[in-house]
Design a protein around this ligand. Structure first.
Ligand SMILES: NC(=O)C1=CN([C@@H]2O[C@H](COP(=O)(O)OP(=O)(O)OC[C@H]3O[C@@H](n4cnc5c(N)ncnc54)[C@H](O)[C@@H]3O)[C@@H](O)[C@H]2O)C=CC1
Ligand SMILES: N[C@@H](CC=O)C(=O)O
Ligand code: NA
Length: 440
């Protein structure tokens, strides 16, 4: 039996909007068979046409709010990006009783609690698979496939642009800005690429993942966010010699005291699967108490990979549209998330325990190493390895240190004291080290 079509309004016809339009029209027959009903584009709201899309025969408006109010649209697909207009657009669509599909992680991470509340009151679906790790079905996996598990930790490469930059800098020795420009031309980067480079985009995504994995409200303001802009070619080279790769990771871990929520460059052992994730590919490792370690891998950005996730959400909407609201899968996997009892507060960064890589530039004088070691030892930090590079007459000597695990607060104090030593020039470069050991 074929049911009546689901009518979609696509708002924004850029990289992802264009990809979504094309996948929906190209694979329409298979999609209709999977959904047991056709999914048709009723209207497009776009500031300008996309030369990659054949929109002849489709109603196009320049005013996206017209789509949100159109009584012939069942599902609004928000692909304009950004915070404010997108929020207003989605809230207007919900007010008009429409289901919403979005790829906008900034919107969900920052305004999600309010949006889900409004959607719950109206009994409509809000789906956002494309918002995290593009085409990888990681939200569905966490929310549904791993529903039996108490999740212990997750760690992932969740920004395609950042991983593309790190990969090409390392493999081809290319400059940061040059590779970033290429990622922008390929449609991977955010409209403001500092979101990619400074870790904000990854923190949006981690906020969403943590909420779904651990049943806590979205708390983007509590995520620790550090980007890749301070990773140098020397650090990449040193990490390589020590048997590590530098990856920009989002990490969320359950501990006895609360939940870690942090995004930063990280040294990981070369043998870990995440170390082999290159270019625009993303991957998320998730440890569940029942299933053990799992890994989700694929394209983290790009027109059609992201469209794949948007259309998968549309299929879910098409299947669930007639289901009574309280029988649907909760937006963030757990019901009653607002009433979470606070037993999993987000830990301040000072309370995180991890190992560290430090790179210092020292004046070539006797006793420098001893003074460095004393400062660390006074903070209870033990050194796992130390490498002092050969001194070249009149030049500063790089010292590389790998430490055992310690509290971030102690490391902050040690770095403060190291930087005040007359023997040490410039700032101490610190990169956190994670073993990602599946037995931990
Ligand atoms: N590009 C990618 O690979 C991925 C992007 N996303 C997310 O998807 C969303 C869209 O991203 P892209 O397609 O890359 O951006 P884009 O900049 O290529 O496309 C956005 C389109 O929306 C239009 N637009 C913006 N405001 C509008 C308004 N008020 N009225 C009408 N049209 C308007 C723009 O003219 C543009 O054509 C963002 O939230 C982004 O974070 C998510 C996953 C991957
Ligand atoms: N700018 C983002 C796009 C996908 O979410 C990225 O590079 O990962
Ligand atoms: Na996804």
């Amino acid at each position: 039996m074929t049911l009546k079509p689901v009518r979609v309004g696509i708002c924004g016809l850029g990289t992802v909007g264009g990809g979504t339009f094309n996948v929906l029209t190209r694979n329409a027959d298979d999609i209709a068979r999977r959904a047991s009903r056709p999914i048709v584009v009723e209207q497009v709201g776009a500031r300008r046409d996309n030369p990659q899309c054949e929109t002849a025969g489709v109603k196009v408006t320049r005013d996206v709010f017209e789509v949100a109010r159109n009584p012939d649209v069942d599902v609004l697909v928000e692909l304009i990006g950004g915070y404010d207009v997108a929020r207003e657009l989605v809230m207007t669509a919900i007010e008009h009783g429409k289901h919403v599909v979005t790829a906008n992680k900034a919107l969900i991470a920052v305004h999600g609690n309010e949006i889900f509340q409004a959607a719950h009151e109206k009994g409509v679906i809000v789906a956002f698979e494309a918002a995290v790790a593009g085409g990888i079905p990681v939200i569905k996996s966490l929310r549904e496939g791993l529903g039996a598990n108490r999740i212990q930790w997750l760690a992932g490469i969740i920004n395609g642009t950042g991983n593309y930059i790190l990969t090409h800098m390392r493999d081809e020795g290319r400059a940061f800005d040059d590779v970033l420009a290429e990622a922008q031309a390929l449609g991977y980067a955010e409209s403001d690429p500092t979101f990619d480079v400074e870790g904000i985009d990854a923190a949006h995504k981690l906020t969403i993942l943590a909420s779904i994995a651990f049943g806590v409200p979205l708390q983007f303001d509590k995520a620790y966010t550090e980007g890749i802009s301070r990773v140098t070619a020397e650090d990449v080279e040193q990490a390589d010699q020590l048997g590590y790769v530098i990856k920009h990771l989002g990490i969320s871990k359950r501990t006895d005291n609360g939940l870690e929520l942090r995004v930063h460059p990280t040294l990981i052992p070369k043998e870990r699967l995440l170390a082999s994730v290159h270019g625009v590919k993303n991957a998320i490792a998730v440890m569940g108490d029942a299933v053990g370690p799992t890994l989700y891998y694929g394209a983290g950005a790009g027109a059609e990979p992201t469209a794949s996730a948007v259309v998968a959400d549309l299929l879910d909407v098409a299947r669930d549209i007639t289901t009574e609201h309280h029988y649907r899968v909760p937006y963030l996997a757990f019901s009653g998330i607002d009433e979470a009892d606070g037993s999993l507060p987000i830990l301040p960064m000072e309370d995180i325990v991890t190992a560290y890589y430090l790179r210092l530039l020292a004046v070539d004088r006797p006793g420098v190493l001893a003074r460095v070691a004393t400062i660390l030892s006074e903070q209870g930090i033990s050194i796992e390895a130390i490498i002092q590079k050969e001194a070249i007459e009149g030049e500063l000597v790089p010292i590389i240190l790998m430490t055992h695990r310690t509290r971030e607060q102690h490391m902050n104090e040690a770095i403060r004291q190291l930087e005040s030593l007359a023997d040490i020039a410039g700032p101490v470069n610190r990169i956190r080290v994670e073993s990602l050991d599946e037995n931990e």
